[in-house]
Design a protein around this ligand. Structure first.
Ligand code: SF4
Length: 138
């Protein structure tokens, strides 16, 4: 992916641990993509068939689906905390290590103000962070 900087500002790694604050999954509308394989995992967690899971919680988006939101923009699965955490899609798993957040130090500093989990928890290596970027739908 040519857009990933070759010399990063996170060569020493970044600490991160989600605090379940919900800032990244509530409020302003957004798109959370979920692949066919991830829908199967989600359906299993919810004890639903894939078709029922899709009908209740998803809508078609590009080659797969997106998770629907409540009228206020919150993710349909956010109830004080993420209720599908073990089956959350890769877009959620890799947050905040997204290309749009890491393409510049200024972009990263803006995300640091929104996500209180940055700076906490274990140290993610540069390689893990770059892997996160690669796994995230752009
Ligand atoms: S903004 Fe950060 S700490 Fe809050 S729920 Fe999202 S990832 Fe977790």
């Amino acid at each position: 992916m040519s857009e990933i900087p070759t010399k990063t500002f996170f060569a020493e790694g970044i600490r991160f641990e989600c605090t379940d604050c919900g800032n990244c999954c509530t409020g302003a509308p957004g798109i959370v993509e979920i692949s066919e394989a991830e829908v199967e995992t989600l359906a299993e967690l919810l004890n639903l068939s894939v078709d029922d899971c899709a009908a209740r919680y998803l809508e078609p988006y590009e080659d797969a689906y997106r998770i629907i939101e409540k009228p206020n923009g919150d993710c349909i699965f956010f109830e004080e905390r993420c209720t599908i955490y073990s089956a959350r899609p890769s877009q959620c798993r890799t947050y905040p290590f997204w290309l749009q957040n890491l393409r510049s130090k200024a972009a990263w500093q803006a995300i640091c103000k929104e996500c209180p989990g940055i700076g906490l928890g274990r140290l993610y290596t540069e390689t893990e962070i770059l892997d996160g970027i690669e796994q995230t739908p752009q």
